[in-house]
Design a protein around this ligand. Structure first.
Ligand code: NDP
Ligand code: 2IT
Length: 451
């Protein structure tokens, strides 16, 4: 990489000048540039035709006002976004996030990664991301419904089953998807597969809810198998307690691991005895009722709550960050390494800061980057799109098998481009995922000529 340092620096200077202040976007692009810029030597036409520059400039960015009324009659104004990054290999596809930290930088980083992630799934999906700075916390159901309807009242004209298919992300689950689908149907008079993560009654797919968390565990299982390791009896630390975290914890438990932590923005719980299916089901109900993870300690004795702390100081064999971006700092990565962590699989998007990723790679930790490790969610979304187009519903067994096979195919792709590139000849899954995702999108773009 050394000989490419100045090309990467110049590329990043240009990107930063064009996108000032968008730190998360810079961070996501920089990580990929470190893999792709040297790789372009193997096929100079990518460089000559500015394929990577084009992937860093969204096809379009839609920003709109979302105005809604609270239960007490007050009027609120939020900002809505949809960043349509690239549709070279299929309709734009990616989730919507409702969280007060949402801004253009966050959605551009997520959309940028999504185009590569979706390519890795092998399914025909382009990349996009959307959302709003709306904070669902503390809102009534009626307020969430009015917000979702207001959001869709503008978004509907920019999406469609062959155009752009949004889904959930932080703050957007089955309830919000239901409200948005209903509003789309009312405005267009069309019942079509325009969103994924839908309820089973109206075109949703089995296993979509579980897919991201389960997939992150399957990805880790594949990485472990290369080194003859597994989950049996291993201690696992999980962050978050939302959709991804709960299902990652559930699958790790089913595979014989001892899951000892969960968290939310208030802090983390440590349960040294390990979680059972019963405890995880209790957390599912807690979260459905908008409860806080601190309540866990009142229900299960022997567990402790650590206010405003993240779980990375707890010794473990494996770590599954499943909450949000930049939740493992360089120092926290070093603490995990010092405590003997052997593998990390990113259920969340970009949960590890750059220094943390570098520390894991330098220490030879098996590190599954988000765009590969959490691709199970969007992969089953792709399967939901197929079922909707064919007007069929696949069985639970078929979908479970498809998810497992997809995660192992993604692992193989990462292995193909990453093997031998890590320390002491190990697999660099970051390089593997970046190049594995890039090639298909890049070759499709070449086929279309200059545009
Ligand atoms: P949820 O809204 O269901 O849960 C989010 C969890 O993360 C909550 O426990 C939340 O705590 C915590 N969290 C969110 N923001 C912060 C923050 N700034 N600081 C600390 N904790 C935070 O979202 P998901 O589980 O769906 O998403 C989690 C991650 O997984 C995200 O990075 C998302 O992009 C990624 N992902 C999701 C997919 C999906 O299919 N849902 C697919 C692929 C990736 P609190 O309740 O206190 O806010
Ligand atoms: O980050 C992600 O991959 C998601 N939030 C899921 C996207 C999708 O379209 O299912």
């Amino acid at each position: 990489m050394g000989s490419h340092a100045s090309e990467i620096a110049a590329f990043m200077d240009d990107l930063k000048a064009k996108n000032p202040g968008e730190h998360e976007f810079h961070q996501a692009v920089h990580e990929v540039a470190e893999s792709i810029i040297p790789f372009m030597d193997t096929k100079p036409i990518y460089r000559d035709l500015k394929i990577f520059e084009r992937m860093c400039e969204p096809d379009r960015t839609i920003i709109f006002r979302v105005c809604w009324q609270a239960d007490d009659g007050t009027v609120h104004v939020n900002r809505g976004f949809r960043v349509q990054v690239n549709n070279a290999i299929g309709p734009y596809k990616g989730g919507c996030r409702f969280h007060p930290t949402v801004n253009l930088s966050v959605l551009k980083f997520l959309g940028f990664e999504q185009q590569l992630k979706n390519s890795l799934t092998g399914l025909p999906m382009g990349g996009a991301k959307g959302g709003s700075d709306f904070d669902p916390k503390g809102k009534s159901n009626a307020e969430v419904m009015r917000f979702c309807q207001a959001f869709m009242s503008e978004l509907f004209r920019h999406i469609g089953p062959d155009v752009d298919v949004p889904a959930g992300d932080i703050g957007v689950g089955a309830k919000e998807i239901g409200y948005m689908f209903g509003q789309y149907k009312r405005l267009t008079n069309k019942f079509e597969g325009v969103l994924t993560g839908k309820g089973l009654e109206y075109g949703g797919s089995l296993i979509r809810t579980e897919a991201t968390g389960y997939g992150a565990v399957y990805f880790m299982e594949n990485m472990l198998a290369v080194q003859g390791l597994d989950f049996e009896g291993k201690t696992v630390v999980v962050s978050g307690s939302g959709n991804v975290a709960i299902h990652a914890a559930e699958k790790a438990c089913q595979m014989g691991a001892k899951v000892v932590t969960l968290s939310d923005s208030g802090g983390f719980i440590h349960d040294p005895a390990g979680m059972t299916e019963e405890k995880i089901n209790w957390v599912k109900t807690l979260k459905k009722n908008n409860g806080r993870i601190s309540e866990y300690t009142k229900e299960f004795s022997g567990s402790t709550f650590h206010e405003k702390k993240r779980p990375w100081s707890v010794p473990c064999d494996y770590a599954l960050p499943c909450a949000t971006q930049n939740e493992i700092s360089g120092e926290e990565a070093k603490a995990l390494i010092a405590n003997g962590v052997k593998a990390v699989s990113e259920g969340a998007n970009m949960p590890t800061v750059d220094a943390g990723v570098k520390a894991f790679l330098a220490a030879g930790v098996l590190f599954g980057p988000a765009k590969a490790a959490n691709a199970g969610g969007v992969a089953v979304s792709g399967m939901e799109m197929s079922q909707n187009s064919a007007r069929v519903s696949w069985t639970d067994k078929e979908l479970r098998n498809l998810l497992k096979t997809t995660m192992s195919t993604i692992h193989q792709t990462c292995h193909q481009f990453g093997a031998g590139h890590g320390v002491n000849g190990t697999v660099d899954y970051v390089r593997g995922a970046n190049i594995g995702g890039f090639v298909k999108v890049a070759d499709a773009m070449l086929a279309f000529g200059v545009m």
